[in-house]
Ligand binder design. Structure first.
Ligand SMILES: *Cc1c(COP(=O)(O)O)cnc(C)c1O
Length: 403
């Protein structure tokens, strides 16, 4: 066993739902940083920020150690605090809601569109009208581009202008995707866009995230919050600098910094972002073809979007010939296929349940939760593995294999 190789012989082989793709170029880029003078806070973090901002067409980018951190400082930069309300979709990772709770705000949810599974603008409009009457309008709304497909940002932004809320796009799944012909991340429809660089996402830095904005003040604020709330700009200081060593902590921030080691991996991965998304589309096209004859609900692609296809989510309708949702899920797992369910609606989590959300308020999310399964999709998934997935998925219920 070569040093540094992690033994995994004890685990049965499993096709994961997602995994990173690391090239020799990526390894060389990381190694070069390890041999350089700076392994953190050197030139590579800003180079990575510049590359992502240029790719998506945003003016400012702030790299951090996770998308969760990016969501947190994004909320703070929009002055989310105690007494405020933030709305998001229930069908997301808990981080999209937790970020508001970190700031002392209250969270509420808006049900999903039954076709795209993203935050539904019609439900949002209804909920806003009701909230206006009770004086409980949200300060920020956080749509999530589930599976890599942009939410209906045009409609959400129009509502934002009418009802006066700000918008953070949780685009953790969506770097490389586009919406109405523009890259997700260009902030045309929002104040801030957040990406995740976790290894299952489209491009990775190990752990990492980024917040993009076209507002210079918001960018500055997020950069400060990323590093303890400290500023080195005399214009932002309360007192004249004592000397060239001087800095001031002017608010409470965090250590959410990304390292140059991580940024080197991310920067190198950006060279293959379009290839990654294209590979995901090839896999999706094969699933589309192979699943078409079967009574399995395939993901619907809205004509306004070009998805980054982080996830390929199918639905097993009730009464399916392939078995119940649970039966199909367990069969795939037993066959070594690491399917997943993205996501358990956040209001169902015990932490949130204690805040008193009623599952009856979110019929589309509930139905989605009863039927959804994420199939494996990642660059490097072989055609043979995909065939195994489809065969197992579409095996008639109760069918016994004879050994
Ligand atoms: C992965 C993910 C996050 C959190 O990303 P980290 O980089 O792991 O903090 C947030 N929101 C969504 C929708 C995600 O999928």
């Amino acid at each position: 066993m070569p040093r540094g190789r992690v033994p995994n012989d004890s685990l049965p082989p499993m096709i994961p739902y997602g995994r990173q793709s690391i090239s020799e170029e990526d390894i060389a880029a990381v190694t070069a940083v390890l041999r350089s003078d700076f392994i953190t806070q050197g030139p590579v973090v800003p180079a990575f920020e510049k590359a992502v901002a240029a790719y998506v067409g945003a003016q400012h980018a702030v790299a951090v150690n996770s998308a969760t951190s990016a969501l947190h400082i994004a909320c703070l930069a929009l002055d989310v605090g105690a007494g405020d309300v933030v709305w998001t979709t229930p069908v997301t990772f808990v981080a999209s809601a937790n970020c508001a709770v970190y700031c002392g705000a209250k969270v509420d949810f808006v049900d999903i569109d039954p076709r795209t599974y993203t935050l539904c603008p019609e439900r949002l409009a209804e909920k806003l009208e009701a909230a206006k009457r009770t004086g409980q309008l949200p300060k920020v709304v956080i749509p999530v581009h589930l599976a890599g497909q942009s939410a209906d940002m045009k409609a959400i932004r129009e509502l934002g202008q009418r009802y006066g809320f700000r918008i953070i796009e949780d685009a953790s799944h969506a770097i490389g995707g586009s919406y109405l012909g523009r890259k997700v991340g260009d902030c045309s429809y929002s104040d801030i866009v957040v990406f995740s660089f976790h290894p299952v996402k489209i491009v990775t830095t190990g752990e990492g995230g980024m917040a993009l904005t076209n507002d210079a003040q918001i960018a500055k604020r997020m950069a400060r919050l990323r590093s303890h709330g400290i500023t080195r700009y005399p214009a932002e200081m309360e007192n004249p600098p004592d000397g060239s060593w001087y800095y001031e902590q002017i608010e409470l921030g965090f250590n959410y910094r990304m390292t140059d080691i991580q940024a080197a991996l991310g920067l190198s991965q950006m060279d293959r972002l379009d290839a990654f998304v294209a590979a995901r589309h090839s896999i999706s096209a094969r699933y589309e073809e192979w699943l078409a004859p079967h009574a399995i609900t395939r993901p619907w692609q809205h004509p306004d979007t070009h998805s980054a296809l982080h996830l390929y989510i199918v639905r097993v309708p009730p009464g399916s010939a392939y078995g119940s949702h649970r039966e199909v899920f367990e069969r795939l797992r037993a066959d070594g296929i690491g399917v997943n369910l993205h996501y358990i609606p956040v209001y169902r989590q015990p932490y949130y349940r204690r805040m008193g959300y009623a599952v009856t308020d979110f019929p589309n999310s509930e139905q989605y939760y009863r039927e959804a399964i994420s199939l494996p999709i990642f660059p490097g998934l072989s055609e043979a593995e995909q065939l195994q997935v489809v065969r197992c998925l579409t095996r008639p219920s109760g069918y016994q294999t004879l050994f």
